[in-house]
Design a protein around this ligand. Sequence first.
Ligand code: AVJ
Length: 319
Amino acid sequence: MSPFLLTRTLPEDATDAALRADVLHGLTHTPKTLPPKWFYDAHGSELFDRITELPEYYPTRAEREILIARAPEIAATTGARTLVELGSGSSEKTRHLLDALPGLHTYVPVDVSESALTQAGQALIAEHPGLGVHALIADFTGGLALPGTPGPRLVAFLGGTIGNLLPAERATFLASVRALLSPGDTLLLGTDLVKDESVLVAAYDDAAGVTAEFNKNVLHVVNRELGADFDPDAFAHVALWDDEHEWIEMRLRSLTDQTVKIPALDLAVEFADGEELRTEISAKFREEGIRRELAAAGLDLAHWWTDREGRFALSLSVV
Ligand code: AVJ
């Protein structure tokens, strides 16, 4: 095959239709919400890359530590010939896996960001002669059709992004991942772990304000794509720990009574002074909870690895 293929699994206008539906639904309900996937235009993806280097944002470093320590074991256990990475972004951490998997035939990065896929894919091909890259522009929560590449398949979902899904969405998602796997295939899942509240809140409310800018970027996206007139300065970044659900919530709090027009939806949305719009949940996990959720989807947790400080976990599951 040609070393780099890019497949759009959705029609070009599906993204636009999905954004409209999410904004219409999320801003006409109480409390108001927007899904976190709309943070990641080119600027938002750049801001997220900066977040991963902040002193307060430990998950990326903790996960990298585990990957470096365990890549040989992951390679030996899985014998993967195809690596599928859901939400691959810049594929930065994937390098450790690719370097450890000499028998790898094809890397299949899956992401909603075409710019990230193209950049990362081209770079990886240059670094790994002989490796095929078949990138998929897709929303991995929507049910995936994978290219017919050789097994065993290793499906990786790193970074703790599964925490962005609500519990019921996680169950659906894990079942759809299970449906992609045949006997001998494996799932490598990154999950951030429950820890001290002050550490968690700082990771989502950094001193330099990068996460605040990232949070407000969703308003810029809606302005650009739907012609809205959000004033990002009229909202404050909020990060709080929900002890009952064991998740971080990011919100945007309206600093005044205001009305926002969204011409593409023929909609005017009122915000009361102090009203909060939820933009993200980022759930934190415990080993027993993950084991239970995997089992409910027909997956058997076979390995559980954490960083030395026990902040983050990688699990490897089999069907
Ligand atoms: C990319 C979803 C793993 O939830 O920690 C970072 C996104 N949000 N800072 C996370 C995020 C705020 C991140 N994930």
